[in-house]
Design a protein around this ligand. Structure first.
Ligand SMILES: Cc1cc2nc3c(=O)[nH]c(=O)nc-3n(C[C@H](O)[C@H](O)[C@H](O)COP(=O)(O)OP(=O)(O)OC[C@H]3O[C@@H](n4cnc5c(N)ncnc54)[C@H](O)[C@@H]3O)c2cc1C
Length: 495
């Protein structure tokens, strides 16, 4: 039997959307190109086919695929179970992950809302007020917490870094919650079971729990918090299924052509509705290549308005501390004299996934730096397009005044601390690409309407950051999750 809806991708957008639709009684099939990851939560739920998170296998087991501007048109796949995909464009690079749970395995777990007014005046039926209840609900579900005593958490920005002369204090409520299960006051690290039966171990601050994933499941991930509970309510997830083409079928529904990467065969599936939630780069790529081969038509705004969320990553040497200890992000900081120029977080020193015998040396080296990650609402004047079957994309940071402001803020840290921050000033490395399928009621300006429905393609919707009309300029995943919850609401109402 065909499902009511196929969901492509299982990150923040896909997992939240799928979970809401299952709750509303729809039959939902999620297709995800990556594997279930072997965390305490996934293991305890009885998922049999799991692949380890990267740690000791070296970079080759980490890298799934490369999407370079030259070479094979469809990119180079190195390891179908690999964790990271690297997109390389003109003036911009963007990493994505490949897992059931998508980027929630790599994220630093900072839960931040879009700036006030972000959703207003974009399209009919959409506003900050419309999204408010969705933000509140997903924030609770992602289990964000502000530790009562930050000084009990090694390297937390509110305690361990507050004496740095280059930082100004945050106002009450400005430190965002972290989606981390912290140990209780007694420091007990025993596994706990939540209200949905999901098993997680609290954060062990001495263990690697950063961008290469959280084996104990202390980090909030959407496979554990949304997909596992939804499985018991009827959701179907097919992992290792990469969607290659989508097309409108004659009966008014949708046909999805996918590759079963484990079984090594092609599969064709159909449903009355289809939601694309493959993350900004892959959603744009899927829509562009499907249009290129006649599966979709029109969409004059597709690929316009690509932004990098103002991401600027500065490497800052630290003194007399080990920056590999603590949560994946130490929290938000404000740079003195540049308080309003960028949203800045401190990300911990990350030990690369080297083989075991190199681990201690690599960790010592990683512990001597932190990343200062600045985000801002850049001009979103990049684009993504299909060139003879190859997906190309371009972004020039010089088009955005916000980049210049972030660089001045980094320079101020260098000056005040006497420790120079090293940052790239000609090319962007963004963890948060956005746009290309922007929200607008005008099909010449945007691809989706205020409910996520693709213009002139009934039954097709998008739920990820590709729809953002401009970058949020802060960590975006809470906004992606809230948008997905809103899109699900619209689908249910229209059914
Ligand atoms: C180092 C790092 C730290 C971060 N920290 C934070 C943070 O603290 N806070 C925050 O808000 N955000 C953070 N982010 C960003 C966050 O990870 C992304 O915003 C988020 O994952 C995007 O969600 P998504 O659902 O749009 O896409 P994704 O999470 O990328 O999910 C898309 C899924 O679709 C799958 N997919 C892609 N193409 C196909 C296909 N053709 N067929 C089938 N499946 C497909 C992918 O494998 C993936 O699992 C961080 C990112 C990085 C890299």
């Amino acid at each position: 039997m065909n499902p009511d809806i196929i969901v492509v991708g299982s990150g923040f957008g896909g997992a939240v959307l799928a979970s809401r639709l299952v709750d509303a009684g729809l039959t939902v099939l999620v297709l995800e190109r990556g594997p279930w990851r072997d965390t305490v939560a996934v293991r305890a739920a009885g998922i049999e086919r799991r692949k380890p998170l990267p740690r000791t296998g070296g970079m080759l087991s980490v890298l799934r695929s490369l999407r370079p501007p030259k070479g094979p048109r469809k990119g180079i796949r190195l390891n179908r179970y690999g964790y990271l995909e690297m997109w390389v464009g003109d003036g911009i690079k963007a990493p994505c992950t490949s897992n059931v749970g998508g980027g929630s395995h790599i994220w630093a777990a900072l839960l931040e809302r879009a700036p006030q007014g972000f959703w207003d005046d974009r399209a009919a039926g959409l506003s900050d007020a419309t999204l408010a209840s969705h933000y509140a609900r997903v924030a609770t579900e992602l289990k964000g917490v502000r530790p009562a005593d930050p000084s009990s958490i090694p390297n937390h920005a509110d305690a361990a870094w507050s004496n740095e002369a280059c930082f100004a204090p945050l106002e009450d409520g400005e430190q965002p919650p972290l989606g981390i299960l912290f140990p209780g006051p007694d420091g007990d690290l025993s596994a706990v079971t939540d209200e949905n039966g999901i098993v997680r171990e609290p954060l062990d601050v001495n263990r690697d729990n950063g961008m290469f994933g959280s084996p104990g499941a202390s980090k909030s991930t959407v496979d554990a918090l949304f997909l596992l509970p939804a499985l018991s309510r009827g959701l179907t997830v097919r992992d290792m299924h990469e969607v290659r083409r989508i097309s409108a079928d004659k009966a008014g529904g949708w046909t999805v052509e996918a590759r079963d990467l484990r079984g090594g065969r092609n599969v064709t599936l159909a449903a009355p509705k289809l939601a694309v939630c493959a993350g900004t780069m892959n959603t744009n790529a899927l829509l562009l290549s499907s249009r290129d081969t006649g599966g979709l038509s029109g969409l004059p705004a597709l690929g316009k308005g690509l932004g990098a969320n103002g991401d600027l990553i500065g490497r800052w040497p630290v003194e007399d501390r080990d920056s590999t200890i603590g949560p994946p992000s130490f929290g938000r900081v404000k740079i003195r004299g540049h308080e309003d120029s960028a949203y800045v977080i401190l990300a911990r020193g990350e030990t690369p996934p080297v083989p075991g015998f190199l681990y201690n040396g690599a960790r010592r080296k990683a512990g001597r730096f932190v990343d200062l990650v600045a985000m801002s609402q850049d001009a979103a004047d990049g684009r993504i397009w299909c060139d003879k079957g190859r997906i190309r994309f371009a972004f020039d940071l010089k088009g955005s005044t916000s980049y210049a402001a972030s660089m001045r803020a980094m320079d101020a840290v260098s000056e005040a601390s006497g420790r120079p921050v090293a940052y790239p000033d000609t090319e962007v490395f963004t963890a948060h690409p956005a746009g290309g399928c922007r929200i607008s009621d005008d099909p010449n300006e945007g691809v989706v309407d205020g409910g996520g429905q693709v213009h002139d393609h009934p039954g097709l919707c998008i739920a990820d950051a590709s729809v953002f009309p401009q970058p949020v300029g802060v960590p975006p995943s809470l906004s992606i999750a809230a948008w997905a919850s809103h899109v699900a609401d619209r689908i249910v109402r229209s059914n």
